[in-house]
Design a protein around this ligand. Sequence first.
Ligand code: 5GP
Ligand code: MG
Length: 172
Amino acid sequence: MNVLIPADTIRERLDALAIQISQAYEGKPPVTVVGILNGCLMFVADLVRRIDLPLRVAFITASSYRGDATTPGKLVIHDGLLPDLKGRHVLLLDDILDTGKTLTRVVSHLIDLGVASVKVGVLLRKIGRQEVPFEPDFIGFTIPDKFVVGYGLDFDDEYRHLPYIGVLEGKE
Ligand code: 5GP
Ligand code: MG
C-alpha cells in the first residue's frame, strides 16, 4: 500500500474545511449534513465534530453497479434512512468525486424531496475522470487518477478502516 494522504494531513485539511463550512452556514438555519454511505463514514464523523454550529446528521445510500461492455452502470439510491428533508438546508458529503454521476443523481434526488438548499462537500476529487459537469462547494484534496482506498473508501468492502488514503498496489 502506498500512502497518498497521511492521517495527519487529513486532520489538518479537515480543520480548514470545517472553518470554511462553519463560515458558510453561520447565522443561517441549522444545516442537515447528509452523508452518502458507506464511503462517507470517516469523513462525516470527523468533519461534523469540528463544526461548532447546530446541525443534524443523516445518511443516504447510493450503490453503483458498474456496467459491462453492453449494459451501462446503474445507480440505486436508498433514502429510507433519511428524515423528512422538506425545507431543510442540506450539506451533502461524499468520499470521492470521480465521474460525477453519483453526486449529480443524489443532488437531484434531494431537490425532488423539497430541500431548501443543497451544497456539496467531497473529501477527494479525482482529476481527469469527470464525465458530467459538477462543481462541489467544498473539496478536501485533489488527487491523480489512481484507485484509492482507506479512510472510508473500499475495495470489495475491505480497507475502509485505514486511517490514511492509500493507493492499492496492482490497481494503479
Ligand atoms: P462517480 O459517480 O463520481 O463516478 O463515483 C463516485 C463513487 O465511486 C464514490 O462514491 C466511490 O464509491 C466510487 N469510487 C470512485 N473512485 C474511487 C476510488 O478511487 N476508490 C474507491 N474505493 N472508490 C471509488
Ligand atoms: Mg461511495
